[in-house]
Design a protein around this ligand. Structure first.
Ligand code: AMP
Length: 257
């Protein structure tokens, strides 16, 4: 497995790949777990080559403390990438590599990005869409893999790919959960032992208590600080989105209901 820290070395590798072979890209912020592993495995199965990217994108954090506290497990991440089938990893050393323009140029969306997480994290999706466009332009992959765990993000990225006629196909991947139902997340590493006991109730409550007000009340009773719990119609059926805090850790999840 190759590791690149500069755009130039990544682009040289990209150009060296044989024509007619497919590339899948899996963008991540590191602190990799089995959720990321499932994206890597799917890419490795569906493509001739797989590129993982590891970059803690500063522009998508609206609180600098959240950015600073984001878990960093780089050596273990590289081992995970190799184990689950990556041929190369792009891990820029600092933000200037990705933002030579100092974030003067940005991708924005003016509707869904202001709802749900966007309402509580102003500018978050502008940072996400901008970094993903940059990474997709660099990777020139056939397929890019994103988790349904971050369903609003996935929807906005799919919308951006369509709006800008990107040639990379966006592939949704199902949420990987612990046996308890807790969605795997890099932020789970920051839960205390007591919070870890309560955390699985988030998924259990949103998937079993159909009334929104009752579900919110139950989460509050259990010790969550609910940021939002909203049902939204989809092409068929509805999806329920939730964000809730346990201590200083913000958890998100979503289910089809
Ligand atoms: P992150 O490193 O948190 O930015 O996530 C990188 C990618 O992994 C995103 O597409 C996430 O949606 C996806 N992902 C994170 N957690 C999970 C999970 N539990 N199951 C499936 N995909 C996930």
């Amino acid at each position: 497995m190759r590791t690149f820290t500069t755009i130039q070395s990544l682009q040289e590798w990209r150009k060296s790949l044989p024509k007619g072979k497919t590339l899948g890209v899996v963008p991540t912020m590191g602190a990799l777990h089995l959720g990321h592993a499932s994206l890597l495995e799917t890419s490795a199965r569906e493509n001739d080559f797989t590129l993982a990217t590891i970059f803690i994108n500063p522009t998508q954090f609206n609180q600098s403390s959240d950015f600073e506290k984001y878990p960093k497990t780089f050596e273990a991440d590289l081992a995970m990438c190799e184990k689950y089938g990556a041929d190369a990893v792009f891990a820029p050393k600092d933000a200037n590599e990705i933002y030579p323009d100092h974030f003067q140029y940005r991708v924005s969306e003016h509707q869904f990005s202001n709802e749900l997480c966007g309402e509580f994290r102003p500018g978050h999706f502008e940072g996400v869409l901008t970094v993903v466009l940059k990474l997709l332009n660099l990777a020139k992959a056939d397929h890019a893999y994103f988790g349904e765990k971050d369903h609003q993000q996935l929807t906005l990225i799919s919308g951006m790919a369509k709006a800008f006629f990107l040639e990379t196909k966006i592939i949704p991947c199902p949420t990987v959960r612990e046996d308890s139902g807790l969605a795997l997340s890099s932020r789970n590493l920051r839960l205390s032992a007591a919070e870890k006991e309560i955390a699985p109730r988030l998924y259990q409550v949103i998937s079993t208590i159909l009334d929104v007000i009752q579900a919110k009340e139950e989460l509050t009773r259990l010790g969550f600080r609910v940021e939002y719990l909203i049902d939204k119609p989809e092409t068929t059926g509805r999806r329920r989105y939730v964000a809730a805090w346990l201590g200083d850790v913000r958890l998100i999840d979503n289910v089809r209901i």
